[in-house]
Every structure is written in structure tokens, then in C-alpha cells.
Ligand binder design. Sequence first.
Ligand code: ADP
Ligand code: ZN
Ligand code: ZN
Length: 818
Amino acid sequence: MRYFIDVILPIPLIKLFTYSINEEEAKFILPGMRVAVPFGKSKIYTAIVHSVHESKPETYEAKEIHQILDETPIVTQEQLTFWQWISSYYMCSLGDVMRASLPSAFILESETLISRSKKELSSDQEITLTDDEFVVLEALENQSALTITEVSKILNKKQVLKPIKALLGLGYIQLREEIYEQYKPKLVKYIKLKEGYDKEEALIELLEILSRAQKQKEAVMAFFSLKAGNEQPIKAKELEERANVSTAVLKALVEKEVFEFYYIQTDRNQFLNETENSKILNEHQEKALEEIRQVFAIEKPCLLHGVTASGKTEIYVKLIEEVLAKGKNTLYLLPEIALTTQLIARLKNYFADKIVVFHSKYSVNERVESWQKVLQNTNTGQVIIGARSSVLLPFANLGLVIVDEEHEQSFKQFDPAPRYHARDAALVLAKQFNAHIILGSATPSLESYYNTTKGKYGLVELKYRHNNVLMPAIELVDIKDKHKRKRMTGHFSDVMLKAIHEAIENKEQVILFQNRRGYSPIVECGTCGEATQCPNCDVSLTYHQYRNELRCHYCSYAIAMQHACLSCGSPELDTKGFGTEQIEKELTELFPDLKIGRMDLDTTRGKYGYQKIITAFEQHEIDILVGTQMLTKGLDFKNVSLVGVLNADSLLNFPDFRAHERSYQLLSQVAGRAGRFDKKGRVLIQTFNPFHQILQQVSSHDYLSMYKEQLEQRYIYKYPPTNRLLKITLRHRDYNKVNTGADWFATSLRNVFGNQVLGPEFPPVSRIRNEYHKHILLKMPINQSMSKSKKAILKIQNSFMSVKDFRPIRVVLNVDNY
Ligand code: ADP
Ligand code: ZN
Ligand code: ZN
């Protein structure tokens, strides 16, 4: 009897690959385990076992595996089922899904680079190593890095993944792609009375002594008024503000041994290791929670449409508690995890180490750890928080899925495959586990809202903010008019400047939104009119003043800022348009005494980039925060009373059928950062089109009008949610090749799908990294069989690939294109 296994290889092969194993191995191997296998002439891959069987492949001779890498499966059966769904729905290979799912440390292969870590090896530990492990470490003493293939040569054997895996586990080696960044959590300065001063006599005596130091006396009085009715520790900054004294005054009191300073890490709970009880819900939240339970009772997904700061998060907390009480796990999906350190800190207060975070910016080891926690399904790690890719984790016993900010487009992966939408995939995942699922947003996607009107989802609404704080007042500022009357200073209208002054006088903070980063997106010659272009892409270069550079936002090409036009040599270069950098610069000139912060891709690189800026803003070390759409995502700052949008028009004019829906969402979300806690906030939106219907709908908080109007457009022009989209992109460096290929493909599609086919057409940016892109769009009625359509498309793709001339063209299929 011969035995075989079908494996998933982490490459875009459509079929599973079969290897032969012996009887011993067949008894041991289970689906979901890893095996090291040879592939092609000399490659080694880590593969995942899909099934064990006895039928030999018909068209090729099965090779033997090199080694079994696991004692028990690291991928579950449920996961394999779910991967299968992703691969067939999103038209990609299981290998693509495998690569997206597994932390890279799990899939060592020929080209993987390893190097020695900082961990020392003592002579005691040395004896416990195997010979192979020892030789690898020795080789790494002489060479900074080795590929797996090189290790294989050094050891003179094929079976090398096992010692490497062991050394990784022991921490003696690391994968080269790892970026090491040491993070010191920020320390916040707190203040307390020195012992002895908490007695009344001592206090009276103290005030006597301080009678001639008026400021110091005020500080002490302010301390007691803060202390009254508040158990929480008192921040030095808070005291300075309350007493209206400088840091020097507090320092003087510390020197006099009245006060002392102490420090706590910002990301630690103040009551270390103790969890808080969840909040008592207000009547609206209570009612919403009851309605959610009713939706769950009839086994439907639930859309929670709750205005910004209505307390949706607190409702999720109650749902999680209920699920935990039943001994089940929760998946909490967020749009971009880096932006949500605030939320994680909040949830950690309630659930402590029951929480496990899966974070793409974590190091390889941290990701492996999170994976293991989920897989082992112990008491730690029952609440799994993560962005898009965490739907792919090895869940067990899933009881609840929460998709927070479900409208966010970052849930959809563009590149590479699998091009999946994590919200939609989560719906399938929940069904597979019989788990409840809730989608939440203040500005639901058209798709989800549409599904509530069709009875597919239940709808629960939450229309009031917590504390009955009013929704922010949104005013539109006509900057065409302001320009005409010369009421603009740089990019700021007089109204905006006045509002900033007022907020700052009240010791409140300001958020300013501009959807572009850099200083200015276009540098244009005043003589010949040429704009400086990227040599690799069809876009103009963005000027970054801070680095004195012109940069391409598509391919990262950069050159020093020019002093003369590259075409005609004229020195008259003008910048056109503006980004966050320019706003920041104008602000530092307009408000030299204020601290200005900037939050965009350029200032938030690295694992803790966001966290640093967010903490600084929370601690009021920044007065005005300028930023791109990163600012819109679920942040909760208590002291922000004013939000300003510098120019809404570029959002509205974006060439995409979702541009209006997105503008509504983005503007409402950024507006929602104002006045969240105790006071009504104010929002100013500068625009050249104050009568634009979307801006009118944003300013009157009228989601339903937006929804109805947009839905009608979608219906007329056959876009989602009333139709399904599938985009086919052809890519190649040769313009003519792309053109002929695209024409062929489109014609073949038209033979099957008729006028459901649009294009081929070049997108607005048609060349990226020297590759031409051409799109073909399929608009299919929602009731058309998707599996049949997909089969037809794959068939056409196969014939396309069999034309020799077309073979080098990359064909990218994007299902439910966003
Ligand atoms: P959303 O998620 O809807 O934007 P949040 O859950 O962030 O709203 O709530 C907004 C603010 O109100 C938060 O600071 C939160 O702590 C507070 N809050 C919400 N509900 C309650 C409650 N029931 N009791 C006390 N504070 C609450
Ligand atoms: Zn010129
Ligand atoms: Zn470029």
C-alpha cells in the first residue's frame, strides 16, 4: 500500500500538490500539520497538509516529503474549510490564502534569510543543542545571514527546516525581515502629597507657610479640589491647568517636600492588574442591547447604526461579557489596528489578559505567540482583536464576531491576493461557527444598510450620544466667497481662525483635517506649464518641504526639490494644491506659541508611530493636531471642541463611484471627533461648493437622505449594492501588449456576458512602477449565479494564458472590487 498527502504550497498554484509518504508517516500526519517538501529543481517549501489518502497522482510522479515539522496541527479543520471558501469566492489559490494567514516564521522556504539574534549562548545550553543546530549557529558567527538553501549546503542534507525551526523557537536566530524597534512606553507624570500632609493640622500649617507664595498656595488648594470626589491619581499637567500655574511652581513645592512626582506608563491600567467593571448602560444603549439580542435570537447578522460617541463600544463590551460567560470566544475586527491603541487600552481595562491582539506590525515572534494563543484556546486569549487578516486565525469555539467601523474600506485587501473583504468574510466565518455577528458604524456602508432593508440583517439604531451631548454643529464655510472678499490667510478662512482662537482660549484642543500628505501635490513651471512627473508612474511628484524632496506616492521614487524646471530650465516653479505639511507650517507661523502636531503616513512610521502622537495629544502636549484620514478612525479625545476640514472638495471630486458615499462617511467621522464627552462640539468645513448635496447631508446629519440618493444612483448605473462588480486588471510594461491583450479578453467576455462588460479602459493613473494597467469591469445583477459566472471567467482566463503572446501579461481578478 502506498500513501500520499495533498498539500497547500504557499505559492499561487491553483491545484493542490501530491507527495508520497511511508506508512509510519501516514499514521502520524494529520491535516493542518506542516511538512517540508522539495519543489521544482532545488526549492524547499513549507507546506500545509490538506489531506492524507491512497490515490496516486495521474500526471506526475509524486516526490517524497523531506520532513514532518509539527507534532500536532497548527491549522485547524475549520480554517481549511474557511480558506477554501475564500479561495473560491475571491478566485485565488489556497496558497495565496495560506500565505496571508500564517505568520512568516511558520513558512520557512529556500529563500528565507536567517541571522543570529542577540541572545547569548552559554556552554550549558550549548550541550542541549543537536549537532545540526550547533553547526548552523557556528556558521552564523562567521556570516551575517544565510538562506535556507545555504544552510542545506552547509549541513549537506535536505532536512534542515527542523533545526532552523528549533533555533527560532529558542530565540537564537531570527528572520531577517524582522524590524527591531525598541519601544519605551511613555511615562506620564503624576503628583501626590508627601506623607504627613494629608492631616488637617498639617495642611493648615502648610497654607500658613505658603501665605507669601501665592501661586504655590493656589496649587495646593487646586490639588485638594481635584482630589475631592475623585479616586483617580492626579496628573501634574492637570494640576497645572486647574491652578493655572507653571511647572516651576510645582517643582518648587516638590523641593519644599510638600508634593512628590511619580510616573506611570500610559498603556498600563492605573490600577495595575485590576480590571474595571463595565459601564452601566444609559437607557438608549440598554434598549439597543435588547434589540440586538432579539436580532441574534432569530439568527441574523445585526447592523448597529449608532451616531458617533453614542457608546457603541460599551455595548460591544456587554456582548463580549455575555459570550465569555458562556465560555465562548469573540473576534473583534477593527479597520486598522495601529490606529486603535486607544480602543485596545479600553478593552484591556475590562478584559485584561483575556485579550489577544493580532497585529501586522508586530514582530514575527509576537505574531507566532498570538497565533498559538488562539489555537490553544485557553483562558487567555478569549477575546481576539485584530485588523483584516485576523479573520484568518485558528479559531475554536467562536461565539461572537464584532466588526467595528464596518464601512471602512481598509477591510478590503487590494494587493496581493487574496483580495478579500474582511467584513464579508467575517459573515461567512460567523455562519460556519454558528456565532452571532454585529456590524457597527455611525455611517454604515450602503451594502450593509441595503441588506437591512432586504431583511437579510437586523437593524438597531442608536441616535443619541452618551450624556445626551448634542451632535456637533456643522457649519459650511464658502471659501470662494472668502477668497473674493480677501478673508483668507493662507488656507484658513477668518471664521476658522477665530474658532481656533476661541477653542485655545478655553484650553480646548483642535483637530484639522486635510486629506493629502506632503507640502503640495503638484510643482508646476510658471513658464512652460509642465508639472514635475514621476518617471515610473503617470502622476506628478508631491513636494515634501520637510525633507526638501519631490516624492511619488505610488512608487516612492524621490529626488531633491528642483530649483529650475526640468523641461525648460525656467526658475519659476509654483506649488499647487496643499497637504498636511503646508497646513502645519502655516499654523506654526499663525500660532507661534502653540504646539502643533501632525499625523499622517510620514509621521507615523514604525510600530509605535501612531501611539506616540495619540498619547501626546491625549496628554495635551499638542494643542492642534493636523492630519489625514487617519484622524477619522474611532479616536476618542475628551478635550477636542473644534474640528476643521480645510477643503472638502478634493474628496467629493475623486473619480470613483463611491466618492460621495465615502465623503459622507469621512466627513461625518472626522466631525464626530468633536465634543464627544460633555460639551457640544463645533465643526467647520471649508469648501468651494457649499451647496453640494453631500455637504448639506453631512451638516444636517442626514444619513438616510444620503443613503436614498446614492442608492438610486447605484441602481441606475448598475453598481453595488444592487449589482455585483468584478474587476479584471491586465498589467504589463509594454503598452501595446496590454492593449491587445485587454481587447482580446474583453471581446471574449462579451461573448458570454454581453453588455455586462465595460471597458477595457485605462484608469486615471494608468502607469505605475513602469507597468501599464488596463481595467475591464463586469457588472452583474445580484441574482445572477456567481459560481457559473466565475467558472466562465476562469475558462476565458485559461484560453488567454494559452496564447503565447499574452502569457507574460499579469491578470488580476478582483471580486467585489472596492
Ligand atoms: P462610539 O463607539 O459610539 O463612538 P464610545 O463607546 O467611544 O462611542 O463612547 C463615547 C464616550 O462616551 C466614551 O468616552 C465612553 O467611555 C463614554 N460612554 C459611553 N457609554 C457610556 C456609559 N454608559 N457610561 C459612561 N460612559 C460612557
Ligand atoms: Zn518649464
Ligand atoms: Zn512613481
